[in-house]
Design a protein around this ligand. Structure first.
Ligand code: 5AD
Ligand code: SF4
Length: 431
């Protein structure tokens, strides 16, 4: 979401005559788009700001801005502890950036605007996209779910959705620019609604945009996944069969205390419905360990669901207290050492499951969209399958943006290794 927001800001500034530089020392304006979801994310920003302070000491004319969720959440403490910060703009104030930068030329006081809007969806603001194969399209902003651990409803405000017309226009524009894949984004993407248009209707309309070969979306809430959505996914080849479905925890008491309005049984039944509709659909999830008062048996309930569902991958987090949230008021916080130990057990379990699931692909031929050079070798490409698995293979004569048939030879960790399939291998895979 922050990558997409940064592209939005970059587009806005480019149209106001600014140019982007990739060298920090060339920049006259440096904006950090920040995340407040966990303490660790905030620490990263504090460290980065401390380094920028040194840069600014050497060149006081540089403007430093903090954007996004931390700006909203921590404006006062930033003002106090980081006096060298020139602007603090919350997630709904980006439109004002060109004007604020102008204003700042004559007024040296720190500019702060962290007001949240009920309407701002940044319609009509075309993002400056990094070249590549995937275009992020933000379709809704904010969240009304108020999970008790989560700061998002406070930093990003109430839910609001863009019009289907402007989303489709943006998708068409991305297709014209050569993007092959679109990822629809929202804090709570499938609670999208605009007039009578609901998320499955929107997905169907995006799937009809010529030139878009793959559509993904993130992150949905399990309670807003309905049969219509599954039907639309199942009936369109260009909608990827892959769902990121945050579970958060396995025990009903913890889910209730998290305000996640589903039970373990509801979640597992939903997984069964997804697999009945799309047997090949891959699943990933978010999991939190050590939520206040989580007991060992309750943590084990998480392990059991993880084992039962068999997620392809999982993003695992230690619970991190977010000031202002309901869960921050709970007095029964879990000790850090216990959280750490649970996290490690969960990671071990998920590693094994990921490996087991990945092994089922060895020997098959997958259609891979070539996305970038592999981190490990300049002689290899990395691309993703429809099911969101990363595959690494020798480059040969294919290019970024191509779709290629790759035979999967092995898997060690999270990625698959393969080679571009011979026509015979591809033929046998299809037969
Ligand atoms: N502590 C730990 N993890 C959190 N997440 C959100 N808030 C917290 C928190 N306070 C995780 C959730 C969410 C993901 C984006 O971040 O798992 O789905
Ligand atoms: Fe946070 Fe997601 Fe819950 Fe909204 S649905 S409060 S963004 S965890």
């Amino acid at each position: 979401m922050n990558v997409a927001d940064s592209e939005l800001v970059a587009g806005l500034l480019e149209r106001s005559g600014y140019q982007r530089t990739h060298e920090l020392c060339d920049a006259q304006v440096i904006l950090l788009n920040t995340c407040a979801i966990r303490e660790k994310a905030e620490e990263t920003v504090h460290n980065r700001l401390d380094r920028l302070a040194a840069l600014k000491a050497g060149n006081p004319s540089i403007l430093i801005g903090v954007l996004g969720c931390m700006a909203k959440n921590l404006a006062d403490s930033l003002l106090e502890s980081k006096p060298y910060v020139d602007l603090i703009l919350g997630p709904d104030s980006y439109r004002r950036l060109p004007e604020v930068l102008q204003h700042r030329q004559t007024d040296p006081s720190t500019y702060v605007d962290t007001r949240l809007s009920r309407w701002e969806v940044y319609d009509q603001l075309l993002p400056y996209r990094q070249s590549g194969v995937n275009a992020w399209i933000s379709i809704m902003r904010g969240c009304d779910k108020f999970c008790t651990f989560c700061v998002v409803p406070f930093t990003r405000g109430r839910e609001r959705s863009r019009s289907i017309e402007s989303i489709i226009a943006e998708a068409e524009d991305a297709a014209r620019q050569g993007f092959r894949e679109i990822t629809l984004l929202g804090q709570n993407v499938n609670s999208y609604h605009n007039g009578d248009t609901r998320f499955p209707d929107l997905l169907q309309a995006v799937a009809a945009v010529p030139g878009i070969r793959r559509i993904r979306y993130t992150s949905p809430h399990p309670s807003d996944v309905n049969d219509h959505l599954l039907e639309v996914m199942a009936s369109h080849d260009n909608i990827c069969k892959s769902i990121h479905l945050p579970l958060q925890a396995g025990a009903d008491r913890i889910l209730k205390r998290m305000h996640r309005d589903y039970t373990q049984a509801d979640y597992c039944a939903l997984v069964d419905r997804i697999r009945a509709a799309m047997p090949e659909c891959t699943l990933s999830t978010d999991l939190i360990v050590g939520f206040p008062a989580e007991t060992e048996p309750e943590f084990q309930a998480t392990l059991e669901v993880v084992e039962r569902v068999g997620f392809d991958t999982a993003f695992t987090f230690k619970y991190s207290t977010r000031p202002g949230t309901k869960a921050a008021e709970y007095t029964d916080q879990v000790a850090e050492a216990v959280k750490q130990e649970r996290l490690e057990r969960l990671i071990q379990l998920q590693k094994r499951i990921t490996l087991e699931r990945n092994r089922t692909h060895v020997g098959s031929v997958a259609e891979v969209l070539v996305e970038k050079e592999s981190k490990k070798s300049t002689a290899q490409w990395a691309g993703r399958t429809d099911g969101n698995h990363w595959v690494v293979f020798d480059k040969q004569n294919v290019h970024i943006g191509d779709f290629v048939a790759v035979r999967i030879d092995s898997t060690h960790g999270i990625a698959l290794q393969g080679h571009i399939a011979t026509s015979e291998e591809a033929y046998h895979a299809l037969a």
